[in-house]
Design a protein around this ligand. Structure first.
Ligand SMILES: NC(=O)c1ccc[n+]([C@@H]2O[C@H](COP(=O)([O-])OP(=O)(O)OC[C@H]3O[C@@H](n4cnc5c(N)ncnc54)[C@H](O)[C@@H]3O)[C@@H](O)[C@H]2O)c1
Ligand SMILES: [Zn+2]
Length: 354
């Protein structure tokens, strides 16, 4: 099969035309194990994580095993199932959760599998979906609703990050600040709007993304560096208090500080963005004396977030078409990363199979 492989400890990915088919957990090449599902991949989203792996930064060097098939966001069709699989049949359209757990640790068994201790991520710790075929345990496969197109199925992983971040805080009839409107932040604007936020403020350092955030439903967009005094403007519109909810989706330390500055006393923050290194933060002022409630957000809740995503997608209120800026053939993967690096592309989807 064709695959994009991290073949060497260096920048880039290798296009391989003759990668062997995935091996089932019972050791047979190209055949799903008893409870596994073999998926023919149709479309796959390119993510910031893939960019780290492509650029071979410090994080990637410390985490990614060479020889791995990359990619973790996908939509496809079931090709074959193991004998113990009843729910999925060949031909069914599916997406799937890329965080795999053995469902044995404390969190997996108590409704919090998204923070399982033994989580392995496809395209990071084991073979992923930038390939003609992907093998997943049946417990990780999500049936794709007939009315949800493949290109949306291929971005359910980041959309799920956005939905999880929004829903964990709760935004209905609340004022919301989203710091960072990149891929996931833009999705969060759309989700927060659909979920009934009363007023949505956003910040970013990229004017084009701020414009798009407004198109997707943000009421006011501020340049995090150039719009001095924007926090005061937010307070003026929130009874002088600050926002009810902060959704931090940039991972940039200055944005995190601004976000908490703009959060009202007793407000709620959902933090998804990942700072690239340890940062200093005024815990006393921003959390303790403020009485702030803070949620760390990791991945997607299984499967609450997926049900919420399906419901939201079926309302057709999410502006995903504006966020998926490019769909290109898998062979042009270098261009996908160039589009992300230049900022010309936001969400780039690879067309892998028909
Ligand atoms: N916790 C998780 O499970 C999880 C999952 C996926 C991604 N993430 C993290 O979420 C964050 C967002 O991911 P993404 O794919 O949307 O990335 P992205 O690069 O598309 O978005 C980041 C955005 O932050 C903006 N930004 C830069 N400086 C800023 C500033 N000073 N103030 C406000 N915004 C600023 C950028 O212009 C960009 O639009 C990243 O930190 C990523 O690592 C976390
Ligand atoms: Zn991703």
């Amino acid at each position: 099969m064709r695959a994009l492989v991290k073949a060497s400890r260096d920048v880039g990915l290798d296009f391989v035309a003759d990668r062997p088919m995935p091996t089932g957990c019972h050791g047979v090449v190209g055949e799903p194990g008893p409870t596994e599902v073999l998926i023919r991949v149709k479309k796959a989203g390119v993510c910031g994580t893939d960019r780290h792996i492509y650029e071979w930064d410090e994080w990637a060097q410390g985490r990614i095993p060479t020889g791995i098939v990359t990619g973790h966001e996908f939509a496809g069709v079931v090709e074959a199932v193991g004998p113990g699989v009843e729910r999925f049949k060949p031909g069914m359209r599916v997406s799937g959760e890329g965080h795999i757990t053995k469902w044995q640790d404390y969190n997996s068994r108590t409704g919090n599998a998204h923070i399982a201790r033994d989580t392995k991520i496809i395209g990071v710790d084991r073979d992923g979906c930038f390939a003609d075929y992907l093998l997943l345990p049946q417990s990780n496969v999500w049936p794709l609703h007939d009315e949800i197109p493949d290109e949306f199925g291929a971005v359910m992983d980041p959309l799920g990050n956005a939905v999880h971040t929004v829903m964990e805080a709760g935004v209905s009839a609340k004022s919301v600040l989203i710091t960072g409107v990149g891929i996931i932040g833009l999705m969060a604007v759309s989700v927060a709007r659909a979920a009934g936020a009363s007023r949505i403020f956003v910040t970013d350092a990229n004017p084009a993304r701020l414009e798009l955030a407004k198109e997707l439903g943000a009421d006011e967009a501020f340049h995090a560096i150039e719009d001095e005094g924007f926090i005061e403007r937010i307070r003026e519109q929130t009874h002088g208090e600050g926002v009810d909810v902060l959704l931090e989706i940039s991972g940039v330390p200055s944005a995190i500080n601004q976000g908490f500055e703009a959060l009202r006393n007793g407000g709620t923050a959902s933090l998804l963005g990942i700072p690239s290194k340890t940062m200093t933060f005024d815990l006393t002022r921003h959390i303790i004396f403020k009485g702030a409630k803070v949620h760390g957000i990791n991945g997607r809740r299984m499967w609450e977030t997926w049900y919420q995503m399906e419901t939201l997608l079926l309302t057709r209120k999410l502006g995903l078409r504006k966020i998926i800026t490019h769909e290109i053939p898998m062979e042009d993967y270098n261009r996908a990363f160039e589009l992300m690096q230049s900022g010309e592309g936001i969400k780039v989807v690879l067309n892998i199979g028909a």
